[in-house]
Design a binder for this molecule. Sequence first.
Ligand SMILES: Cc1ncc(COP(=O)(O)O)c(C=O)c1O
Length: 387
Amino acid sequence: MQKKWSTKLIHSDVKVPEGFRSLNTPVYRASTVLFPSAASVSDEWDQYEFGYTYGLYGTPTVMELAARICELEEGYRTLITPGGQSAISLINLALLRAGDHILVPHSIYAPNRLFASRMLRHFGVEVTFYDPNLGSRIDSLLKENTRLVWCESPGSVTMEVQDVPAICEAAHRAGALVVLDNTWAAGVLFDAFAHGVDITMQALTKYVGGHSDLLLGSVTARDKAVFDRLGMGQHLVGMAVSPDEASLALRGLKTMAVRLKAIEASALDLARWLATRPEVELVLHPVLEACPGHEFWKRDFSGSAGVFSIVLRREFSKEKVLSFVDSLELFEIGYSWAGVTSLAVAYDFQGNKDRPHYGHRIVRLNIGLEDVEDLRQDLAQALATMQ
Ligand SMILES: Cc1ncc(COP(=O)(O)O)c(C=O)c1O
């Protein structure tokens, strides 16, 4: 067919050499996916079953990332979401309905708690918050209509390591599924499915991305029945993921082992040193005995990450704690964690009767890839300003 130049802009006849092989997964950008014939058109979401149908359900770049996360977590299949928080909301939206009951630990990531108390209650789901240290005693909170038990281990900021196998056993006896936020363990330092968990989610924003420049999440299911409910849910709420973000996460995965190893060593070194400092009352790092649930970390984890908290001594006012954080020169102040830059954020649990009594004295540290002696010196000079 003879084509005008404007048509050629859209329907070109050029050919480039074939056979190019890159080490990296190509970035496939697409909403429209082409079908070979009119009769083959379908808009099924499950592309493993039906082939590619629409960009919303995943391009090969996003599917590659999903399969890589699933391979590491050893689940049935994984969905990729636009962020960790959307992974949380997808699980709840896909699996719950009015009249159901869920259990959520006090120590869970704050927006997860808020999703339960604001959105789920609004939709008629009954929510009970529980002490993360309950272990098997959680059975007294399980009801006939309990569908989901959330866990996050260690918990956000207060770092309680949970007895996940005991919680799974109790939940399964009551017919409930267990969901774990496995972000701290990067999906690799805690083998969730081997310990009884049914669904995991991660903020890939953290260790998988690893460079503080992307937002992504993952949801991995133990079996097909749960995966199908989650996949249908993702399709209906329309949680699309950019292949560019997925490509960055695929790159992040390649260096995650070495980053985790270096970060683990520096974080442990600094945590142990901070525990000897007179200004510090408590170091909440799962590897240290003083951390609630340390025995479960020892029993169940194969390593530790670079995020932990310190509780400063009782005599320090809120102003002193904030000035300690402000005095840090290498540690930047900002949310999110697991990037290459060390971060510090002060929290204030005053007035929150369900969290441990650390008041305004708790500071969460994210250890990055700077030289550990420089980080120690920075912490030492900032602690010295408190005296
Ligand atoms: C434990 C945990 N889960 C989930 C999230 C949410 O991830 P995102 O920021 O990608 O929405 C975060 C973010 O800080 C987190 O710390």
